[in-house]
Design a protein around this ligand. Structure first.
Ligand SMILES: Nc1ncnc2c1ncn2[C@@H]1O[C@H](COP(=O)(O)OP(=O)(O)OP(=O)(O)O)[C@@H](O)[C@H]1O
Ligand SMILES: [Mg+2]
Length: 289
């Protein structure tokens, strides 16, 4: 009996969080790096289904870096990154569209359905949710860098997303944008997730990755990071690769009104539930200042 009462108490502990996030949008970015194990992928989607059934509005934006790299290797195409962003030529874009837009997007939607939820997949021309144009960043000398079909988000069709959520679906978005003339752009998935979160006025943006969170030079978890700290870490080389767009876009989401951003370890079972239903957050909380 004691054990059963304890179980009831645990369920009751979720009530304040269910009330707080009822009807709110929670954008979950599931990075390719954390997609390591099918059982874990399944449990991430099961968590999302639970959120939906207790009245929250989860939206999944997925990555797929490692799987894209494997597909490119098979085709003997070179992979190059500039400051964590993939250089995307035409052949690479075709692979990105196939792996992200087709394979991974459909796999995630079907996992949600398998777990009793309703899902709708969007990818590039399928839904045209993310609008984009070519991204032309500057290098340290202020000279334009050509990243090919790597794009940046110019808009999000949030009316379609809202309609989809109201009908009881969990939207699943691949980070592929559509530009003028229906041209497809490869978007960093963290940027896509941050843009979707800010357009939907999300209460939370949760970035699931394959590390505990943002780590310092000794590999120790940093529980809070803000603009100043992030800038310092990028400059000193402590933040590199995919962590740079992750932190940068987290800060951008906060500036555009997303209430909370967390970078957490997607390899921990039920990381999403731990983040939402307990006070003690896991991973790194990103703060504006
Ligand atoms: N200071 C840091 N703390 C934590 N991770 C860091 C740091 N600097 C660089 N990284 C790297 O960033 C990686 C996470 O970004 P990455 O883009 O590889 O994965 P993802 O965004 O989760 O997946 P995807 O790109 O497929 O969506 C980590 O695996 C780690 O190697
Ligand atoms: Mg990444």
């Amino acid at each position: 009996m004691k054990n059963r009462i304890k179980k009831a108490r645990i369920v009751m502990e979720a009530l304040p969080y269910i009330m707080r996030f009822h009807g709110k949008v929670i954008v979950i970015k599931y990075g390719g790096a954390a997609m390591t194990d099918p059982a874990l992928e399944n449990s991430v989607m099961r968590d999302a289904v639970l959120l939906k059934y207790v009245g929250m509005n989860p939206v999944i934006v997925h990555g797929g870096g490692p799987e894209i790299n494997r597909a490119l290797k098979k085709k003997k195409l070179e992979t190059r990154f500039v400051k964590g962003l993939r250089v995307t030529d035409r052949a690479t874009m075709e692979v990105v569209a196939r792996v992200l837009g087709d394979k991974i997007n459909k796999k995630i939607a079907s996992l949600i359905k398998k777990n009793g939820g309703r899902a709708r997949g969007f990818a590039g021309l399928r839904g045209r949710i993310i609008k984009a144009h070519k991204l032309v960043p500057l290098n340290d000398q202020g000279i334009k860098i050509d990243l090919g079909y790597t794009g940046t988000v110019t808009g999000v069709r949030n009316r379609d997303l809202k309609k989809c959520m109201e009908k009881g679906y969990i939207p699943v978005l691949a980070p592929i944008g559509v530009g003028a003339g229906g041209r497809l752009y490869n978007i960093n998935a963290d940027q896509a997730a941050a843009a979707v979160a800010s357009h939907l006025d999300a209460a939370k943006l949760i970035l699931l990755t394959d590390v505990q969170g943002v780590l310092d030079a000794h590999g120790k978890l940093i529980s809070n990071i803000n603009t100043v700290k992030a800038r310092r870490m990028i400059k000193s080389g402590q933040l590199s690769g995919g962590m740079i767009p992750k932190v940068r876009n987290s800060l951008a989401a906060l500036r555009k009104g997303v209430e909370q951003v967390h970078i957490i370890d997607g390899r921990i079972p039920h990381a999403i539930l731990l983040e939402i239903f307990t006070d003690k957050g896991i991973g790194t909380l990103v703060e504006r200042r």
